[in-house]
Design a protein around this ligand. Structure first.
Ligand SMILES: Cc1cc2nc3c(=O)[nH]c(=O)nc-3n(C[C@H](O)[C@H](O)[C@H](O)COP(=O)(O)OP(=O)(O)OC[C@H]3O[C@@H](n4cnc5c(N)ncnc54)[C@H](O)[C@@H]3O)c2cc1C
Length: 283
C-alpha cells in the first residue's frame, strides 16, 4: 500500500530536528533507517502528518570512544555496529547482536537508535545495551537528559522517549577485555529472535570474575538476569558449572506464547541460550 500523505522534512542538524519535532506537535514521526517505520506507514498502521528524516544529520552518526565510554550515534547503521573495531573492542556482545539482525540490506539501512526507539520485544539491540549497562542520551526542547537502559524500555513498543524528544546517542561503559556473545534462536535464517541471550563476561584464569546477562523476547521489555550474574561469579567457565548457574534464568519472566513456541518452551530455551552465550563469552 501507499502511505497516507505527510509533510516531509530533512534537517541537517540535531537542533533543527528537535525544533521541527517540537513545531510539528504530537502528530509527527521521526524517520531513521525506515526498516520498521516505512512498513508501518505503508500498512497505514500510522498516518503521521509530518515525517522528520534524520538521514542527513551527520552528527547523529558514528562510533567514538570518550575516556572509558563507547559512544554510538543513534543513526549508526547495524552494519557499522557489527563491524566497527571499537565496538568489537569495547562492547563485543553488541557487535555480535548487530550481526544477527535480519540481512545485509536491512543492516545497512536500519540503525541502532531506530531499533532501540522502536523497542520491539523481539528486537536484538535492547538486551545487549541493557547487559552492558548502557545509557541513552535523549534530546528535546528542554535540553539533554540521560536515561539508563534499565529505565528506557517501559512497555511493549514503549520507551521513556517523550513525543518531542529524539534519541541522540548510546553511551556504553567500556567492556574492553571482556568476552561477549549473543546467542539467538530462530527457526529460519534472518528471523526475529524467538528468544535470545546476551552475555558479556570477564574471566580470570578460567574462572568467571564478572558476568552480565540479558534476555530478548522473554517479556514485553528486555530482561537483565541479575541473580544469574551473581551466581556465576567465582565459578569455573565450564559447562556444568555455568549450566547450574543459569538454570533459573527464566524465573520471574513472562514470555509470550505464539506460533513459534509457548511460554514454557521459551523458558527452556532461555536457560539453554544463556548457558551457550556465557560459555562463548568466557572463551
Ligand atoms: C525484513 C526485516 C527483518 C528484520 N529483522 C530484524 C531482526 O532480526 N532483529 C532486529 O532486531 N530487527 C530486525 N528488523 C528491524 C530493524 O532492526 C530495524 O532497523 C529497526 O527495528 C528500526 O530501525 P530503523 O533505523 O529502521 O528505524 P525506523 O524504522 O526509521 O524507526 C523505527 C521507530 O523508531 C523511531 N525512531 C527512529 N529513530 C529515532 C530516534 N533517533 N529518536 C527517536 N525516535 C526514533 C521512529 O519514529 C519509529 O517509530 C528487521 C526489519 C526488516 C525490514
Amino acid at each position: 500500500m501507499i502511505p497516507a500523505e505527510f509533510d516531509y522534512h530533512a534537517p541537517t542538524t540535531l537542533d533543527e530536528a528537535v525544533r521541527l519535532l517540537a513545531e510539528a506537535g504530537d502528530d509527527a514521526k521521526v524517520l531513521a533507517g525506515g526498516q520498521s517505520l516505512i512498513p508501518v506507514l505503508r500498512l497505514r498502521l500510522a498516518a503521521p502528518e509530518t515525517v522528520i528524516d534524520l538521514g542527513r544529520v551527520e552528527e547523529l552518526r558514528g562510533v567514538r570512544v570518550e575516556g572509558d565510554t563507547l559512544v554510538l550515534g543513534a543513526m549508526t547503521p547495524h552494519h557499522d555496529v557489527a563491524t566497527h573495531p571499537l565496538v568489537r573492542q569495547h562492547a563485543r556482545v553488541l557487535s555480535a547482536a548487530a550481526a544477527t539482525v535480519a540481512d545485509p540490506q536491512v543492516r545497512h539501512r536500519g540503525t541502532v537508535g531506530g531499533a532501540l526507539a522502536h523497542a520491539d520485544p523481539a528486537g536484538d539491540m535492547p538486551a545487549p545495551v541493557l547487559a552492558l549497562g548502557g545509557e541513552l542520551v535523549v534530546v528535546g526542547p528542554g535540553g539533554r537528559r540521560t536515561v539508563p537502559a534499565a529505565d528506557f524500555f517501559e512497555d511493549f513498543f514503549t520507551t521513556a522517549l517523550g513525543e518531542d524528544e529524539l534519541l541522540a546517542e548510546i553511551r556504553i561503559p567500556s567492556h574492553d577485555g571482556w568476552g561477549g556473545h549473543y546467542e539467538k534462536f530462530t527457526r529460519v535464517a534472518q528471523q526475529w529472535s524467538i528468544v535470545a541471550a546476551a552475555a558479556t563476561v570477564r574471566s580470570e584464569g578460567g574462572t568467571i570474575a564478572e558476568a552480565r546477562v540479558a534476555l530478548t523476547n522473554m517479556g514485553l521489555v528486555p530482561i537483565r538476569a541479575h541473580a544469574v550474574e551473581q551466581a556465576m561469579v567465582g565459578r569455573p567457565a565450564e559447562e556444568s558449572a555455568v549450566a547450574a548457574a543459569v538454570a533459573r534464568v527464566a524465573d520471574g519472566t513472562s514470555p509470550p506464547t505464539d506460533a513459534n513456541g509457548d511460554a514454557d518452551y521459551r523458558r527452556h530455551l532461555a536457560a539453554v541460550l544463556a548457558r551457550r552465550a556465557v560459555l562463548a563469552a568466557a572463551g
